[in-house]
Design a protein around this ligand. Structure first.
Ligand code: DOR
Ligand code: ZN
Length: 397
């Protein structure tokens, strides 16, 4: 099918890939195929996106969010259920998966929300969803939220029998205010992480402080870090102006530099793609888009030797697959889906919001350097040039 330089078992080899029914059948120097210019990497798995849709189509839809993912070299996403209405029962879950089935450009999976309404029957709902779909996790569970329905307590975590992903900020250290980095203290994250680790083993979303990352890397829980907590800090507040809000907020330069320098220590890189319109942002809405720019910005950092390519693939492809049980994803190997992103490491571009595909029409990374994929293959098909959406929703098995 295709031939070229392939990132295989942490090395770059010159070989061809034969695909059957979307799965890699053979990988060998002897396989012939279309010569691909650039480096063939496994396409990424973004375990934290908010594709909105439903009653918030003006911010993003599954269609526009997944198109943005595809153009960023992402082949599979975990969408978050803090939608309007919330995805906290089987009916809503099923309804959303049916939309994704028709509209998603990339493979699609969805977490189940934990809410005041469903907390006493969460395990039953999990079982019902699991009969039909691959359910990555209950999450992201909010330990602090200004949406009353989503505001959960530490005790609520105790009885959940499925994997849980956490938005760990302790409400005691969070107040309403703009810009939010003045009102959401770093202690909120550190205290919440400590309290949760006393309860059990979790996956922690978007960790933003050095202390929390240090504690978590010594624990048996896993954690993700988002590009904005690695590449931006509160020093960027002048540039971002009123668009600065994101939860957890941007931290000091010491935090972001430490996290980036210790990139090897994190388990997962995840965008926390959280689109809002420019008007909503100027009004204080929290969240940054990122599903299209994460792989390209970090590929650029790898191309200049700032991080190792092998480490990037581990954090953005391999570990996400392992942690969330995506067995046919995670690397370029016989038996796995033929999901590739092809990068020309010499073709460095600058990010322009006007060229991105998210509906939100802005990016906090304007003019950052990035290397976008030339081609993206989803289960063996060149997906960027396809007129129809190739993504499949993740069913059971
Ligand atoms: O900044 C954020 N925005 N953080 C979150 O945890 C939620 C997200 C959103 O849904 O907008
Ligand atoms: Zn989130």
């Amino acid at each position: 099918m295709i031939r070229g330089k392939i990132f295989f078992k942490n090395k770059i080899v010159e070989a061809g890939i034969e695909v059957e029914n979307g799965v890699i059948k053979r990988l060998s120097k002897l396989v012939k195929g279309k010569e691909v210019k650039g480096l063939i990497l496994p396409a990424a798995i973004d375990v934290h996106v908010h594709f909105r849709d439903f009653e918030e189509k003006h911010k993003e839809t599954i269609e526009t969010g997944s198109l943005s993912a595809l153009h960023g070299g992402v082949c599979l996403v975990i969408d978050q259920p803090n939608t309007k209405p919330l995805v906290d029962d089987f009916e809503e879950y099923n309804r959303r998966m049916k939309i994704a089935e028709k509209r998603s450009f990339v493979d699609y999976s969805l977490n189940l929300a934990l809410t005041k309404k469903n907390v006493t029957k969460i395990n039953e709902i999990v079982e019902k969803v699991k009969e039909k779909y691959h359910l990555p996790a209950v999450g992201e569970v909010f330990l602090q939220s200004f949406n009353e329905e989503l505001q959960m307590s530490y005790d609520d975590l105790k009885s959940i029998k499925h994997k849980v992903t956490l938005h760990a900020e302790d409400p005691e250290f969070v107040e309403i205010g703009h810009p939010n980095f003045l009102f959401r203290k770093r202690e909120a994250e550190i205290v919440a992480v400590k309290k949760c680790l006393e309860i059990g083993k979790f996956h922690f979303c978007h960790i933003s402080t050095r202390e929390a990352a240090e504690i978590l890397s010594r624990s048996d829980s896993t954690f993700e870090v988002s590009p904005h907590h690695l590449l931006l800090s509160i020093e960027d507040r002048w540039k971002l102006g009123n668009m600065v809000n994101v939860n957890p907020p941007l931290r000091s330069k010491e935090d972001s530099s430490w996290l980036l320098k210790n990139f090897e220590e994190i388990d997962v890189l995840a965008s926390d793609h959280a689109p809002h319109t420019v008007e909503e942002k100027l009004d204080g809405a929290a969240g940054f888009p990122g599903v299209e720019t994460t792989y390209p910005m970090f590929i650029y950092l790898a191309s200049v030797g700032f991080i190792k390519l092998e480490t990037l693939v581990e954090k953005f492809v391999k570990n996400p697959a392992k942690i969330f049980g995506f067995e046919k994803y995670g690397e370029i190997e016989v038996g796995k889906f033929a999901n590739f992103a092809v990068f020309d490491l010499k073709d460095v571009e600058t990010i322009k919001a006007s060229k991105l595909h998210s509906k939100c029409n802005w990016t906090p990374y304007e003019d950052f350097k990035a290397i976008f994929p030339k081609e993206v293959y989803i289960r063996g098909e060149e997906a960027k040039n396809c007129s129809e959406a190739l993504g499949k929703v993740l069913r059971k098995d």
